[in-house]
Ligand binder design. Sequence first.
Ligand SMILES: Nc1ncnc2c1ncn2[C@@H]1O[C@H](COP(=O)(O)OP(=O)(O)OP(=O)(O)O)[C@@H](O)[C@H]1O
Ligand SMILES: [Mg+2]
Length: 463
Amino acid sequence: MMEMQPHTAQSRVLVLDIDERRTAELSDTLRVLNYEPVTPCGAASLDRLHDAEDLAVMIGDMPSDEGVGHAFRAAAERHRSLPVLRVTGSEIAPSIDEQLEHHHTWDLDAPVKSAQLEFLLKRAERYKGRERRMRISGKSQSIRSVRRLIEKVADFETTVLITGESGTGKELVARTVHDLSDRREGPFVPINCGAIPAELLESELFGHEKGAFTGAVSARKGRFELAAGGTLFLDEIGDMSLPMQAKLLRVLQERCYERVGGAKTRQCDVRVVAATHRDLPKLVEAGEFREDLFYRLNVFPIEMPPLRKRISDLPGLIDELLVRYCENGDRSLRLHTDAIRALANYRWPGNIRELGNLVERLAILHPSGRIGLRDLPEKYRRHAADSGLGDGRDESSGLNLRDRLRQIEKGIIEAALRDADYVVARAARSLKLRRTTLVEKINKYGLSQQDSAVSCRGRDAES
Ligand SMILES: Nc1ncnc2c1ncn2[C@@H]1O[C@H](COP(=O)(O)OP(=O)(O)OP(=O)(O)O)[C@@H](O)[C@H]1O
Ligand SMILES: [Mg+2]
C-alpha cells in the first residue's frame, strides 16, 4: 500500500514572505496547482498555523524574526521535519538561517515557476510519507544522524550493516530501512543466525530438496527464496560459523545459490541487511570472521548508540513506551520527575529493550496515577542522588556550553510542566519564575502539552 498522501486541496503550504505582492503571487500559483496556501495575516490565521499539519513552508524575505519570521519559527518548532522551500536570493535573518539547518531545505528559483514548485512539493509529499514510516524516534544528535543514514541508504540496494549493543533497536532499524525502500511491498524476512544450529542454517537460508538429508521429507524454500523481492535481515551475523560465512559470501558476490541437495542455480533477488552486537573487526582479527565477508557486509554501516549516550531521549522514549503498554485510553500513567532523573543516571546495559520491560512492569503495577522514585525497582533507584538529565554523560558533552545549558534548561522546564499537569502558573511557581518568563521559555523551546504529555489519554486522543 502506497502511503503517499493524495494530492488534494488539503495539502496546506505555508507562505511566509514580507513581500506581500510575492506572497499573493505564490498563493495564486499554489492554488492553481491545487494546494492550499496559508498566509499569516491576522492573529486568527496565526493560530491556524499552529494546529494543522502542513506539507511544507515556502519562505521568501524574512529579514527579522518578528512577524513572518516569528510565524516561521513557531511552525518550525512545532513541526521539526517540515520541509522548507526557500526562494533563492531572499533575505533571511541569521536566527532563522540557523533554524533552517534542522530542516530539509530546497531552493526555489525566483521568479517562481510552477513546474519547479510542483516538483518540489511532490518531493515534500514523498518525504512526508517517509516520515510516517520512520519509526526510529528521538531528538538526540546521535539518533538524528541514524535517521539521516537510513533515509539516505533506503532507496539503494546497498547492503547495510547495523551494529550496536543489545536492545538498542537494530532490528527496528532494519525494518525501517525496508519500509522506506522501494521493496517495502515485498517481504521482510528476518533470520537469527546465532539461534539456529550451524548444521541447519544452510538449509534455513537456501532451502533444500526432498531427500537432501535425513528428515528432508519434502522440498522446502529457504529464507533467500522467501525474501525474494524484499529484504533479508541476517541478525546476529557475528555468530555465523566460518563454513556458512563462505557460503554466504558466495551469494552476496554472485547473487545466486542452490538449495541443499539441489542442482538448479537460483537467482537471488534480495536486499541484505545484517546486524550484530559483536565487534566484527575484532572477530576478523581473531580469525573468527572472514575479512572478505566483513567488507561485503560493511558497505554501509549504521551504528546504534547505546541509550546512556542518548539519555536526553529518555523522557520521550518513556512516553512512547507508556503508550504502547497502556492497553486502554482511560489510563493516565506518568513518571514523576525524580523517577525520570534516577533513570537518566542509570547505565542501561539492556538499552531500550530493558527500558521497555521496566515500563511494561510499571504499567502493570501502577495502572493509573503517578510513578515516583520509590516505585522503581531498587537497582534503578540507586542513582537518584546524582544530578539528573544532561549531566554530561549524554552526547551533549560534545556540545558547546550554550547548547548544553539550553538543553538542561529545557529538560527542567519539561519536567516541571509535567509535574504541574501543564498548568503553567503552577509550574512557574515551582520553578520560582514569573509566569510570563516561563511562557516565553515554553515558546522558545517549543514545549507544549501535545509535545510532551506522558498521559496515555492525551496520546490516544492525538492518534
Ligand atoms: N526508538 C525507539 N522507540 C521505541 N521503541 C524502540 C526504539 N528502538 C527500539 N525500540 C524497542 O526496543 C526493543 C529492542 O529493539 P530491537 O529488537 O530492535 O533491538 P536490537 O538491537 O535488535 O536488540 P538485540 O541486540 O537484543 O537483538 C524493541 O521492543 C523495540 O520495539
Ligand atoms: Mg535484535
